[in-house]
Design a protein. Structure first.
Length: 123
């Protein structure tokens, strides 16, 4: 992360799950001293729960949230069951929940290597 986000370049935009339109902006807010015994990179705060997989992108997720918030919606109960079943969540899906301890950082090198190999094969 230190090679990508810097004081001179504090903003990163990327699209996750191409085709569904999940656009993300990561902003470097502060550079802190490394704490002894901590693993980096790490998430120290967040907002809201991750959307369930395959919920239809931002528009589908917005629609799901409306359904979950409306007990009178005919799909309310089944939507709760479906959303709660995603990613092994236990209990009721809570879109407002956020747990920075659950954020995982993957090594992007293997994916980048596969992407570069694919692009090279397309030439």
């Amino acid at each position: 992360m230190a090679d990508v986000l810097t004081r001179a370049n504090p903003r990163l935009e990327y699209e996750y799950d191409f085709g569904d339109g999940w656009e993300h902006t990561v902003v470097l807010e502060e550079i802190l001293e490394a704490a002894p015994g901590k693993k980096y990179p790490r998430c120290i705060a967040g907002e809201r729960s991750a959307p369930p997989d395959d919920c239809g992108g931002p528009g589908g997720y917005e629609s799901l949230l409306e359904t979950l918030a409306d007990p009178g919606d005919p799909d309310h109960k089944s939507s709760h069951v479906w959303a709660s079943s995603q990613k092994g969540k236990r209990g009721k899906f809570d879109p407002e929940a956020s747990d920075e301890q659950q954020v995982k950082f993957a090594n992007p090198a293997p994916r980048l290597k596969r992407l570069l190999a694919y692009l090279a094969s397309q030439r």
